[in-house]
Ligand binder design. Structure first.
Ligand SMILES: Nc1ncnc2c1ncn2[C@@H]1O[C@H](COP(=O)(O)OP(=O)(O)OP(=O)(O)O)[C@@H](O)[C@H]1O
Ligand SMILES: [Mg+2]
Length: 311
């Protein structure tokens, strides 16, 4: 397969066992991911949805190589990284695959200003030289995620920003190393509804302007449909259904996907009569209870601009 036609990420037969307490003194191993296989193409956004505890974050952490898989292959750009870098991910892999976490506050260091958070990856990966070059790159990155004037933002500490602004800093930090794949684990679920659409639009534009591929983990079917080319549905550590977003949401085949859609507030039918041009308003995955109403996207992604998004 030629370099451009093969998927950027191919996950094959991924399994994960965790050890957990079994009584007071004993521990036992429990398999939480079973034979998970999927791919993410270049410039593609793929959403992973499913109820709480189904294994979504575990998939994210395995692909980001924050934890080790029990079985399976993680093939990135044609190379099985579990074989080529068995002990830990190389600096190169960590540059190419970046993760954005649910809690932007938790992922930023309250002791440092915003400039520090963006400077660090630039210096670590040799992408800027200290001095004017570094400052210009930090400003450019902050401006690119709609944080301006960047000079003012640079001197602030994380607790002086809003949740939406913090998540933009986290995205700018990930962008600093020009990743090819971003894994976003519930990037908007802790944000106020009014800030969510801005972050989703920003992610949409990253794909458009930089060709970044994304694995988007969300409870929110509306966000998944809005952003993702394809959706994968996870239940009990298995992907039970995957397909193009509109197709999957308009004509779900698996009973679990049908139940997820039937549980959408407002009772939208999962059947073929559901319109593909309208997002399933308020659709959150049943059983999670953690996510208030989603942004209700009203326009097509191509019309969206990051710079106009308030944070
Ligand atoms: N470090 C760990 N040790 C033991 N069990 C774990 C660990 N991390 C996750 N699990 C278990 O693995 C399962 C999947 O967890 P995971 O966090 O991947 O779910 P999730 O789909 O992301 O859920 P949520 O939507 O609530 O974030 C859960 O049963 C969880 O308790
Ligand atoms: Mg999770």
């Amino acid at each position: 397969m030629s370099e451009s036609s093969r998927p950027l990420l191919e996950v094959r037969g991924l399994c994960k066992d965790f050890s957990e307490a079994d009584g007071l003194f004993r521990r036992r191993s429990r398999r939480v991911l079973h034979d998970v296989s999927f791919s993410v193409g270049r410039g593609e956004i793929v959403a992973l949805v499913g109820e709480s505890g189904s294994g979504k974050s575990t998939v994210a952490r395995l692909v980001a190589r924050l934890i080790a898989a029990t079985e399976g292959e993680i093939v990135f750009d044609g190379v099985d990284v579990r074989k080529s870098e068995p002990r830990r991910a190389s600096l190169v892999y960590r540059k190419r695959v970046q993760m954005i976490f649910q809690d932007p506050f938790g992922s930023l260091n309250p002791a440092h200003d915003i400039a520090y958070h963006i400077e660090r990856p630039l210096l670590r990966h040799g992408l800027a030289k200290r001095g004017a070059d570094l400052e210009a790159k930090v400003h450019e990155l902050l401006e690119s995620v709609g944080l301006s004037p960047a000079a003012d933002v640079c001197s602030k500490r994380p607790d002086e920003l809003s949740g939406g602004q913090r998540q933009r800093v986290a995205i700018a930090r990930a962008l600093a190393v020009q990743p090819e794949l971003m894994i976003a684990d519930e990037p908007t679920s802790m944000l106020d509804v009014s800030l969510r659409i801005g972050v989703l639009n920003l992610m949409q534009n990253l794909r458009r302007d930089h060709g970044v591929s994304m694995l988007l983990i969300t409870h929110d079917l509306a966000s998944a449909r809005y952003l993702a080319d394809r959706i994968m549905v996870m239940k009990d550590g298995k992907i039970v259904e995957q397909g193009p977003s509109d197709e999957l949401l308009n004509d779900p085949q698996h009973p679990y996907t049908q139940r997820l859609l039937a549980a959408v507030p407002g009772g939208r039918s999962p059947g073929p009569e559901a319109s593909s041009s309208e997002p399933p308003d308020g659709a959150t995955v049943a059983g999670t209870g953690s996510e208030p109403a989603p942004p209700a996207p009203t326009s097509q992604p191509s019309h969206l601009e990051t710079s106009t998004c308030p944070t």
